[in-house]
Ligand binder design. Sequence first.
Ligand SMILES: C[S@@+](CC[C@H](N)C(=O)[O-])C[C@H]1O[C@@H](n2cnc3c(N)ncnc32)[C@H](O)[C@@H]1O
Length: 214
Amino acid sequence: MPKEDAAQPEFWEKRFREKFTPWDAGGVPSALEQFLKTEPRGQRVLVPGCGSGYEVRVFAEAGFDVLAVDFADAAVERARRVLGPLSDRVRLADFFEFDFETPLDLVYERAFLCALPRRLWPRYAPRVAELLRPGGRLAGFFFFDDAGRGPPFGLKTGELEALLGERFERSVNTAVSDSIPIFSGKERWQVWSLKGTRPYPRSVALGAHPHALR
Ligand SMILES: C[S@@+](CC[C@H](N)C(=O)[O-])C[C@H]1O[C@@H](n2cnc3c(N)ncnc32)[C@H](O)[C@@H]1O
């Protein structure tokens, strides 16, 4: 394992503790706010790798049943401070291992896929798919960049389609105008719907959630 490995909570823990969080937008991207204006209330949404968790509040205010997870203690502490009365919506848990109550209507993406080392990317689409109800959606911001090093690990041309295309169909793909500097000109707001009418098989055995700490 490399000395510093973004697949490990310690990598992110250190950055939050040192207040080195250049990905942190300090608020909610406008494309999400626009999207929520037309969404029906009562949907169940997951925010994986939530960091400071600003979006949790706008999802809750839009009438969503929102759960956010992060596997770094310091991120969860930060999100709970940011969210105050909504702090119970945040759990310390590993997205790939937690036994979520499913099915979900929506998984929200921002700076999570690009935080994962590329060797974990093949697990992302199957995991999102198994958490969603048939027809459920993955919506959010995807980071495109040809640089090899990360995080953030950028998607190259065609790579997102290759990762998601088997299980998902894209319905929205627009440029983002209010990106923060590290993502500027390189991220797109996209919505992908799960294909098919049957649930995807679960890879996580019920009750097996070693990183579901609290
Ligand atoms: C680049 S930060 C983005 C945080 C937040 N989404 C935002 O937009 O500000 C990536 C976050 O994902 C978390 N993370 C990475 N891998 C994770 C995993 N397997 N399960 C849960 N959280 C994870 C990290 O701890 C970190 O807080």
